[in-house]
Design a protein around this ligand. Structure first.
Ligand code: SAH
Ligand code: SF4
Length: 348
């Protein structure tokens, strides 16, 4: 196995005696033309193509399974060079008011194989943590998804498998490639990073220059409720976490999102809704309510529609922007980590 070309910034590529403008040409083939092989890079001299082939690998991922169709959520299962599996989810924007097919696509990316944080409701944490994805493996999910589905992705959410902020250095390298004009050229305001609540890394992210959007997986509006389902709350209790988010909001002046899965009998009380209003006000945040998506082997359930609507009504009455996300990919295991879990079980 050779090093992955996508893992390195262009200035680090070993191109032998070639002049520097070749770096720009190679980057164009990789990121603008989405080349699948060095052989396609026809404006490079043959000697350089041979050198690239002998020194680097191009393919970071192999498509193992694709579920769904053009107008629905599509789920892609990838096999990494290490033999591990990860997944990405491609979500079309809702058709516009005139009913035309949308050409806007959001890709939900994984950042780790497994997850160390072990939230009790989540499929990604069930098998524990295996390893961090490299920058190239993160970026390849975008390039390969575009190639396999013939779509152009214009929005990214880091809400797949893994905790992005626990893989901070690789995440930032990937973001640099995604954002750079020589790379994918996607604006930071079209990129959302979701975290289960790593307060120090939220502060780090606030310090760096990119205007990335932040989503916090809150899922409980008080320490006692959060502790029942999210072990990370032992390390970073709510007060510290909300302070870090407030700092992010102040520095970036961007509306952040509070993600709140509704789980029957766990976090769906009116008291929690009232506390959630308080946090959302302080952070100038909007709230995404997500009725729990059942995971094989876990006993949690989503509340009834009545309870979901009652919870949302508390937020709306307080003039908090809140949407109930009726899971688009419900039928194809779109919640994070579920497709990989099936793959692991089938292989066992
Ligand atoms: N580790 C990060 C990002 C990945 S999880 C985080 O936790 O924020 C992306 C989102 O999917 C999180 O908000 C997570 O809590 C949510 N999620 C996990 N399992 C789910 C399920 N079974 N149903 C609905 N949402 C789920
Ligand atoms: Fe990890 Fe996020 Fe799943 Fe928690 S919700 S186990 S942090 S992927």
């Amino acid at each position: 196995m050779h090093p992955l070309l996508l893992d390195l910034p262009p200035e680090a590529w070993d191109l032998g005696p070639e002049p520097d403008y070749r770096r720009k040409q190679v980057a164009e083939w990789l990121y603008h033309k989405r080349a699948a092989s060095v052989a396609e890079m026809t404006n490079l001299p043959a000697a350089l193509r041979r050198k690239l082939d002998a020194t680097y690998d191009l393919a970071a991922l192999k498509l193992a399974k694709l579920q769904g169709s053009h107008d629905t959520t599509r789920k892609l299962l990838w096999e990494l060079r290490s033999g591990d599996y990860i997944e990405s989810v491609l979500i079309p924007a809702s058709p516009d008011l005139f009913g035309e097919r949308s050409d806007r696509f959001t890709l939900c990316l994984s950042t780790q194989v497994g997850c160390a944080y072990g939230c009790k409701f989540c499929a990604s944490g069930l098998e524990g943590f295996k390893r961090n994805l490299t920058p190239g493996e993160i970026v390849a999910q975008i390039v390969e998804t575009e190639r396999h589905t013939k779509t152009r992705i214009n929005n990214l959410v880091f809400m797949g498998m893994g905790e992005p902020l626990a893989n901070y250095a690789n995440l930032l390298q990937a973001l640099a490639i995604i954002n750079a004009p020589w790379g994918l050229g996607l604006g930071a305001r079209h990129i959302t990073v979701s975290t289960s609540g790593l307060a120090p890394q939220i502060r780090l992210l606030a310090e760096q220059p990119l205007q990335i959007r932040l989503a916090l997986s809150l899922h409980g509006a008080s320490d006692d409720v959060r502790l029942k389902i999210m072990p990370v709350n032992r390390k970073y209790p709510l007060a510290e976490l909300l302070d870090a988010c407030a700092e992010y909001q102040e520095k970036k002046r961007k509306m952040m999102t509070l993600e709140y899965i509704l789980i029957d009998g766990v976090n769906d009380s009116l008291d929690q809704a009232t506390l959630l209003v308080k946090h959302a006000r302080r952070l100038h945040a909007k709230v995404n309510l997500i009725p729990y998506n059942t995971v094989d082997g876990l006993d949690w359930r989503r509340p009834s529609d009545f309870v979901i609507d009652r919870f949302a009504a508390v937020l709306h009455a307080a003039k908090i922007t809140a949407t109930v996300r009726r899971e688009k990919g419900h039928d194809i295991d779109a919640a994070c980590g579920q497709l990989r879990l099936k793959q692991l079980k089938a292989a066992a």
